[in-house]
Design a protein around this ligand. Structure first.
Ligand code: GUN
Length: 297
């Protein structure tokens, strides 16, 4: 039976470090500020945005939460981004994805001040990740996966990491992050996706398998080599008549079956999810430091 990698406990240790950094910044009159913008009513997105705002408050960060109606126009949203770009109290801006269909998300991302793009989605930050420039922002979920592996003592250097999924939010940046030089990196990375031939043969060759395809319980025992480490990035709602809300959350991994074979596995919930929010807080603190002339990440 696999060891369970505890994302909540690891996130708590990240917060312990952040709390002392934030206290030190406050002695210098600096309070990192984050603005989170949600357009529309998607229940999962609303719940994420609330968690982010709540965590900011718990850490003593300045937090602005903007919940805009689904009918908000592109021009109105660009106006909102422009205002936040110019707001000196705000160091980080996050526009919750996905926005309603009439919004051109790529244009919104390009309108963000890259120095406030704590999501790491702006083309300049994507380029900095590809270049290995530490002044950029790395997307929070990939950063959270990397930190979780590092804190769990899993050897990434030289390992074969197979990333299942090629999204701009997780798969692609995660591949770049783990293949780069450095601590908790230096991996041999393969990316597989819905069009990959011989998918099972490839996932079975992974030392570390990271599932980020957004399909409930897609990864089964047959995808996993005995002793592999499995990281589950998925958060899927599936109907469950026995649950009080009528649904429950499951990952992209069939947990019970895969836990029989893996040496370590992240649960859903309580795995990567808490780390994503922790990395958003860390990126906001970093944005504040960078704006105030510090060169360190
Ligand atoms: N939706 C799902 N994950 C994310 C994320 O990391 N950032 C934003 N902005 N939206 C998301």
């Amino acid at each position: 039976m696999a060891k369970i990698i505890d994302g909540r406990a690891t996130a708590e240790s990240v917060y312990a470090g952040l709390r002392s950094e934030i206290a030190e910044l406050k002695t210098r009159g600096l309070t990192p500020g984050l603005a989170v913008v949600l357009v529309g009513e998607d229940p999962a997105s609303r719940s994420y945005v609330r968690s982010k705002d709540k965590m900011c408050r718990e850490l003593g960060l300045h937090s602005v939460k903007l919940e805009l109606p689904a009918a908000t126009t592109q021009r109105e949203l660009l106006g909102c981004v422009d205002e936040l770009n110019r707001d000196r109290a705000i160091h980080g801006i996050l526009v919750q994805s996905p926005p309603p269909g009439h919004i051109d998300e790529a244009a919104i991302i390009r309108a963000l001040d890259p120095e406030k793009d704590v999501d790491g989605f702006h083309p300049l930050n994507v380029a900095k990740l590809a270049l290995g420039d530490p002044t950029g922002f790395v997307p929070c979920t990939p950063l959270g996966c990397q930190r979780l592996l590092a804190e769990a003592g899993i050897v990434v250097r030289g390992s074969h990491v197979v990333v299942l999924g090629r999204s701009m939010i997780v798969g692609k940046p995660l591949a770049l992050l783990l293949m780069q030089k450095g601590a908790a990196a230096d991996a041999t990375v393969t990316v597989v996706h819905s069009q990959s031939r011989d998918l099972v043969a490839i996932t079975r060759s992974a030392d570390i398998l990271i599932a980020a395809i957004g399909r409930a319980q897609f990864v089964r025992g047959e995808h996993v080599r005995d002793g592999a480490v499995v990281v589950d990035v998925g958060i899927n709602r599936i109907d469950d008549a026995n649950a009080s809300r009528g649904y429950r959350l499951v990952g992209d991994v069939a947990f019970e079956e895969v836990a029989e074979k893996a040496s370590a596995i992240t649960p859903v919930p309580g795995g990567v999810g808490p780390m994503t929010i922790a990395m958003l807080m860390a990126n906001t603190v970093k944005a504040c430091r960078l704006r105030n002339g510090e060169r360190t990440a």
